[in-house]
Design a protein around this ligand. Structure first.
Ligand code: HEM
Length: 484
């Protein structure tokens, strides 16, 4: 029986099944998890290699005072692109290809081309990751190959996003009238804006790859690279992850759905902040960045408070949940909760940074620390927490404690702390060997957290568990020794 007083509310046009017209869902089967599972695996592989792997090399070499040459800038850009497009981006798109057709009430149209899209994005990121550092090793015989690889990588990533956006747009045109799909209608303008941002940013990225290849340059010019990175992070990865998580929190935490008006206001604030930030990146002017940080501060502080996650305001787990489910949810929820604490910290940092810029920079807070509070703190921990809750369900497995998740919670939070604290301390004039050592260790902690998590969910993503569940559901016994 449900906990007394717990009632899902239809505040945001939520499509509760019993309240929909009988024909609100189009006929035709939804695509199975197998459609996107390989790309979640690809996202984790990219993150462990070109993402956190490269990040660990960068952090260790900076902590040890290794001379930073052209390879450094190339590797920084490879790392940033791999994390934002190959890890967070691929994850969001793969999960979106599963969720959005269900929200639309119609099967995904052009599922095959959407799969090619995910493959093209992953391959594009990998090609860029190999080509840029190769170009930095000036006059290598392979530099011609590296230039071709760089251009191909940029174009493939953009083509991939085009295929996915086209598949989603075609799916929208099918199924029951849109007005019956309240859950989708309430977020549709937001989704269109965010996917358009991704598409345009990847198009700009492809153009930058062509420009760099023609100029034999191993790295993009700093202002355009910053603008590209900020558009991807604050214009796509952060708002989409936040929006998806706030829709899922009523399920994972048992909290109320957030009311639409303040939520829309906060997302409008974030959108204005992105426009100002990109303008500041491109022009080098201080005031747009100050205003962008103030607005980002409002979002970073306002959104977690509105979502009621970090401060323990959530309702106790519903009594209907079995003790096993409550136990299995504990550590994933700890990851999600800590992600939201990191978003609060990022909000506070942005607010202080914005105020400081307005007052003539008495404290020059590092933009790098802000970015990593959002990426290593919020996005990574959110993906791990939501992944631990959702992936077993996608794979049609009962939710049970993901092994060694405690290690993932500790190592993931340490990675964020070690990555963010040293540059903040340096901005305040505090340096110490212990801080440098912590910085050097940050990448290794992240590798430990994400590596352990990947190892644990790999069999579910490999489809073994899901296929067995499907076979069992169809009444066909799995071969001996292969049962879950
Ligand atoms: C603990 C794990 C991580 C480590 C050790 C790390 C390390 C680094 C380092 C050393 C830099 C160069 C900073 C500079 O220019 O001085 C950097 C830049 C960057 N990192 Fe990370 N990082 C980590 C996690 C992440 C994550 C999870 C993301 C995104 C999801 C991310 C995205 C970026 C971006 C976008 C840049 C700027 C790239 C550019 O300027 O083109 N990092 N990171």
């Amino acid at each position: 029986m449900a906990e007394p007083g717990w009632r899902p509310r239809l505040r945001w046009g939520t499509p509760l099944p019993g309240l929909l017209p009988a024909d609100a869902t189009a006929s035709g089967a939804q695509q199975p998890f197998r459609l996107v599972a390989p790309f979640l695996r690809l996202a984790f592989v990219i993150s462990l290699g070109a993402g956190f792997g490269a990040g660990a090399v960068l952090a260790i070499s900076q902590a040890w005072g290794v001379p930073l040459g052209a390879w450094w800038t190339a590797l920084v850009q490879v790392h940033g692109r791999a994390q934002l497009v190959g890890f967070v981006g691929l994850f969001i798109l793969a999960v979106g290809l599963r969720f959005l057709p269900r929200l639309r009430g119609a099967p995904l149209v052009s599922a095959r081309s959407a799969q090619y899209g995910l493959l093209a994005i992953g391959t594009g990121v990998l090609l860029q990751a190999f080509s840029q550092p190769l170009l930095a090793l000036a006059s290598t015989p392979a530099s011609g190959l590296a230039r071709v690889g760089l251009v191909l990588g940029g174009v493939l990533a953009w083509l991939g996003s085009t295929l996915i956006v086209a598949a989603l747009a075609r799916t929208l045109r099918h199924g029951p009238p849109l007005s019956w799909r309240g859950g989708l209608m309430s977020i549709l303008p937001f989704l269109i804006l965010r996917f358009a941002t991704l598409w345009l940013t990847l198009l700009a990225g492809a153009a930058l790859c062509v420009q760099a290849a023609l100029a034999f340059a191993p790295a993009f010019p700093a202002p355009t690279d910053r603008a590209l990175t900020d558009a991807l992070l604050f214009g796509f990865a952060l708002p989409v992850s936040a929006a998806v998580s706030v829709r899922l929190l009523p399920i994972t935490f048992g909290v109320e759905l957030v009311a639409p008006a303040p939520l829309l206001a906060l997302f409008a604030i974030l959108s204005s902040s992105v426009v100002l930030r990109v303008a500041g990146d491109l022009t080098g002017q201080d005031w747009p960045l100050a205003a962008a940080n103030l607005l980002m501060g409002l979002f970073g502080l306002g959104f977690p408070l509105l979502a009621s996650v970090p401060l323990g305001l959530r309702r106790p787990l519903r009594r209907a949940d079995s003790p096993a489910l409550a136990q299995a949810s504990r550590l994933p929820n700890a990851l999600i909760r800590s992600a939201y604490v990191w978003l609060l910290l990022a909000g506070a940092l942005a607010l202080i940074g914005g105020l400081s810029r307005l007052l003539g920079n008495p404290v020059r807070l590092s933009e790098d620390a802000l970015r990593h509070a959002v990426t290593t703190g919020y996005l990574t921990l959110l993906i791990l927490g939501m992944g631990a809750r959702l992936i077993p369900g996608f794979a049609r497995q009962r939710l049970r404690p993901v092994p060694q998740l405690r290690l993932v919670v500790v190592a993931g939070n340490l990675a964020a702390l070690f990555r963010v604290l040293p540059p903040l301390a340096a901005a305040l004039g505090v340096t110490a060997p212990a801080l440098a050592a912590a910085f050097g260790l940050s990448g290794l902690c992240a590798l430990l957290a994400v590596g352990r998590f990947t190892q644990n969910v790999w069999p579910m993503l490999a489809g073994e568990v899901g296929r067995d569940a499907e076979r069992n559901a169809a009444g066909v016994a799995a071969p001996r020794g292969q049962r879950p």
